[in-house]
Design a protein around this ligand. Structure first.
Ligand SMILES: O=P(O)(O)O[C@H]1O[C@H](CO)[C@@H](O)[C@H]1O
Ligand SMILES: O=c1cc[nH]c(=O)[nH]1
Length: 288
C-alpha cells in the first residue's frame, strides 16, 4: 500500500518533513539530545563531520568517531516532539521514499538519549549519571498506538493505587531499556534508575513559581513508591516516549541522564555544561 502525501510528507528535495533529512543522511547509531546547542557539543568530539542539517528545533550532525558512523539529533523538549523524531527517523530507514511503501527488510536503529534530569531521591548527587533501566510515562503517548501487552501492568496498577492517580490524567505506562544496548553503558560511573517522564517542567514536575500544582502531595508519593525494591529515581520529559516508540518500531533505545537538579535537597548543578560534557564523552567512549 502506498502512503499518501498527507501521511508520509516528503519535502521537494526528497527529505522527510520536519527533520529535513534524506535517508542517506543518518547513521544507524543515533544520539538524541533535547537542546540543539548540545548537538555541536557532541559532534565536536567526532573525528570528521560529514553532514550538518536542521529545521526548527531538529538539528542533525552525522560524522565519524573512531571509525564508527554516528548521528546526533536534537529533539527539542517533550514526548510530542519525540513522536515526530522517532517516526521520521524510522521512516528514513524503513520506508522506501521512491515507492512510498514499507521496505520488506527492517533496519533497527540504536537510539541513545543524552539528556538532563532532576533526581527525586536524596542520595542521588547532582552532576552524577543515571541510565533509565525503566521509564514510567505520564505523557500518554503509548496509548495513541495499537500494541499488545506492552508495559508492566502489575507495577503500573500498584503505582496508580499507591498514588491515587487522578482519572483525568493519562494512565501511566512503564517500559524498559533495550538490554543489549544498555550493556555497553553499564559501569560503576552510571547508576541504574527508574525515570519518570512528565508532560511539563513546572506543574507536572511539582515546581511552584506563581502557579500551584494541583496535587503537590504526589511529589512525595513518587519518591516513596516502591515495587519489589524498584523506586522512581528521576524526572525528565522524553524517555518514556523514546522507549515506547522504539519498542513499537523495533529499535533499541537507552536513556542516559545527567542529573542537574536534586529536588529533595533543592540543589542545582554549579557546572551543568561541564557535567553534560562528561556524559557525552562517556557515551562516545562506549559507542566507538
Ligand atoms: O536536557 P534535555 O535533553 O532537554 O532533557 C531535559 O531537559 C529539558 C527540561 O529542561 C527536558 O527536555 C528534559 O527531559
Ligand atoms: O529537574 C529537571 C532537570 C532537567 N530536566 C527536567 O525535566 N527536570
Amino acid at each position: 500500500m502506498q502512503l499518501r502525501p498527507a501521511e508520509l510528507i516528503i519535502n521537494d528535495d526528497g527529505s522527510i518533513y520536519h527533520l529535513n533529512l534524506l535517508p542517506e543522511d543518518i547513521a544507524t547509531t543515533i544520539i538524541t539530545v533535547g537542546d540543539p546547542d548540545r548537538v555541536h557539543q557532541v559532534s565536536n568530539y567526532f573525528d570528521r563531520i560529514e553532514l550538518k542539517k536542521g529545521k526548527r528545533e531538529f538539528v542533525t550532525h552525522t560524522g565519524i568517531k573512531n571509525g564508527k558512523r554516528i548521528s546526533v539529533i536534537s529533539t527539542g523538549i517533550g514526548t510530542d516532539n519525540i513522536d515526530i523524531v522517532l517516526n521520521e527517523l524510522d521512516a528514513l530507514v524503513n520506508i522506501d521514499f521512491s515507492t512510498r511503501t514499507l521496505k520488506s527488510k527492517h533496519t533497527p536503529l540504536n537510539i541513545i538519549r543524552i539528556g538532563t534530569s532532576g533526581a527525586i531521591q536524596p542520595n542521588i548527587p547532582v552532576d552524577s549519571f543515571l541510565i533509565s533501566e525503566y521509564a514510567i510515562g505520564f505523557d500518554g503517548l503509548l496509548h495513541f498506538y495499537e500494541h499488545k501487552n506492552l508495559g508492566y501492568t502489575n507495577i503500573e496498577d500498584a503505582f496508580i493505587t499507591y498514588c491515587d492517580w487522578n482519572a483525568n490524567k493519562a494512565r501511566p505506562y512503564i517500559l524498559k531499556y533495550a538490554d543489549n544496548l544498555a550493556k555497553l553503558f553499564i559501569d560503576n560511573r552510571i547508576r541504574l534508575g527508574f525515570t519518570a517522564t512528565n508532560t511539563g517542567f513546572y506543574g507536572p514536575q511539582y515546581r511552584q513559581l506563581r502557579l500551584k500544582p494541583s496535587q503537590m502531595e504526589l511529589m512525595q508519593k513518587l519518591s516513596s513508591f516502591s515495587y519489589q525494591n524498584l523506586q522512581i529515581t528521576n524526572l525528565e520529559m522524553e524517555t518514556s516516549g523514546i522507549y515506547a516508540l522504539a519498542h513499537l518500531l523495533g529499535h533499541h533505545a537507552v536513556s542516559l541522564n545527567c542529573i542537574l537538579a536534586n529536588r529533595e535537597t533543592g540543589e542545582f548543578s554549579k557546572t551543568p555544561s561541564e557535567s553534560v560534557d562528561e556524559l557525552i564523552k562517556f557515551c562516545l567512549g562506549r559507542l566507538s
